[in-house]
Design a protein around this ligand. Sequence first.
Ligand SMILES: *Cc1c(COP(=O)(O)O)cnc(C)c1O
Length: 361
Amino acid sequence: MTPSAMSADAQVSAVPVRDEIARMKGYVPGEQPQAGKFIKLNTNENPYPPSSKVLAAIRQRMEQGLSKYPDPVATPFRLRAAELYGVDPNWVLCGNGSDDVLTILARTIVGPGDALAFPLPSYILYRTLAQLQGARHEEVPFANGGGLDPAPYRRIDRLKLAFLPNPNSPTGTYLSPESIESFAAELPCPLVVDEAYADFAEGNCIELVKRCPNVLVTRTLSKSYALAGLRFGFVIAQPAWIEQLMKAKDSYNCDALSIAGATAAIDDQAWLAETTAKIKATRGRLERGLADLGFRVLPSQANFVWCDRPDRDARQLYEKLKAERILVRYMEYPGWGSGLRISVGDDAQNDALLTVLKGIL
Ligand SMILES: *Cc1c(COP(=O)(O)O)cnc(C)c1O
């Protein structure tokens, strides 16, 4: 390669890769310490063990052996999910976690030079997905009061896709399906509502999918079903979407064990109701405890809360908590702000966090 053939940005890579990749920083997930005892409240994992039926189903599936390829479209899960949400199975596409599903969506819908939009602040992975496609990403601030305004989206050149996490991450705030429906109606592109946390919220957008052809909903079993380690997510969309998305996924993107485990999980709705109720109760205690310690806390409908104290440096609080073996997430969004995102643990973890925080302040 002659020097003139190399773009300025490509120099950051020692090997000849696409400019888009060389230029990217790469998504950095929350810390996952593999050693040492931490109270881990940084990546919104569920503090409770999954339904015992999940582990039983995985064991049973293991006994059948793993020498054959899995079902390419996770049929048993599709059937159960379709039944649960009142759609036909061809409205469901499964993935290796919802990050895989989000990747499939970006890969299918957004091309080089196109734009992908999402709110500021929201899930940082969306930026990476745009970069992988060689697309622009546009971060659109929420309207006054935290609402949705389609106007700035309508001004984005070549806008092909918008992501909207609801409840949002990192804020935990929730928008009603009614407001999302009117927003989607004014958008010039499809809208993917990322419902990673919807099981902790008072409503969801599944019904919108049935009547709005440009609304798609993604879900994950990582948070509400306590299966972050299993890797299973899915999208619900009208069949015309699923048909196209199928072409862009890996042939066997869900393995045999995760299909068995995920199917058992979604089948145990009693476990889900009981567990999300416990987490919501602890979330209330966490919100009140933080407010009593002088934090500003955003109202959350997720399994985490966003907070800050105007008179304290959030990064320092994060560092001090870490020194005490409590991991939370410090996040900063240029143009919006910074603070702590704290996952809702069980009551003992919650008490430990509040006690240590009180000592630090
Ligand atoms: C955790 C999370 C996901 C990803 O979930 P996985 O299924 O574990 O990949 C997607 N979107 C948001 C907003 C999340 O917080």
